[in-house]
Design a binder for this molecule. Structure first.
Ligand code: AMP
Length: 115
């Protein structure tokens, strides 16, 4: 894994633009550039945690906060009939950006199981 700042770190630092829908002192949420559903938002911690495997005991409240924000942005987007949250981890999980993020997907009936 590279020591270079990830694209999400650059978004946090304002070096790369993003269409931000929510932010607070712990996290930000913005639209995915390559949406996989009519609504596709990413919720990311400001803290650069690479993967779910890197979550420490001190991060437990932060991880809970990410899911509360995921729910808030989903309902702010009108996803009142349901939506999906996804966290990809590692190569087999198809993680491409090594800064922990919660995908929030909705706006259509989603298939299960995922590919
Ligand atoms: P993952 O495959 O779980 O690591 O998801 C990374 C997600 O980040 C993908 O859905 C990408 O489309 C999305 N993404 C990559 N670069 C950007 C960017 N600059 N702004 C918004 N979303 C991005």
């Amino acid at each position: 894994m590279s020591d270079e700042p990830t694209i999400f770190q650059k978004i946090i630092e304002g070096e790369v633009p993003a269409d931000i829908v929510y932010e607070d002192e712990q996290c930000i949420a913005f639209y995915d550039v390559n949406p996989q559903a009519p609504t596709h938002i990413l919720v990311i911690p400001r803290k650069p945690i690479p993967t779910i495997d890197d979550v420490e005991p001190d991060d437990e409240a932060l991880i809970g906060h990410l899911f509360r924000v995921a729910s808030k942005v989903a309902h702010d987007e009108g996803l009142d009939n349901g939506y999906r949250t996804v966290i990809n981890c590692g190569d087999d999980g198809q993680q491409t950006v090594y800064h922990l993020h919660v995908h929030v997907l909705g706006g259509r009936e989603l298939q299960w199981p995922p590919g």
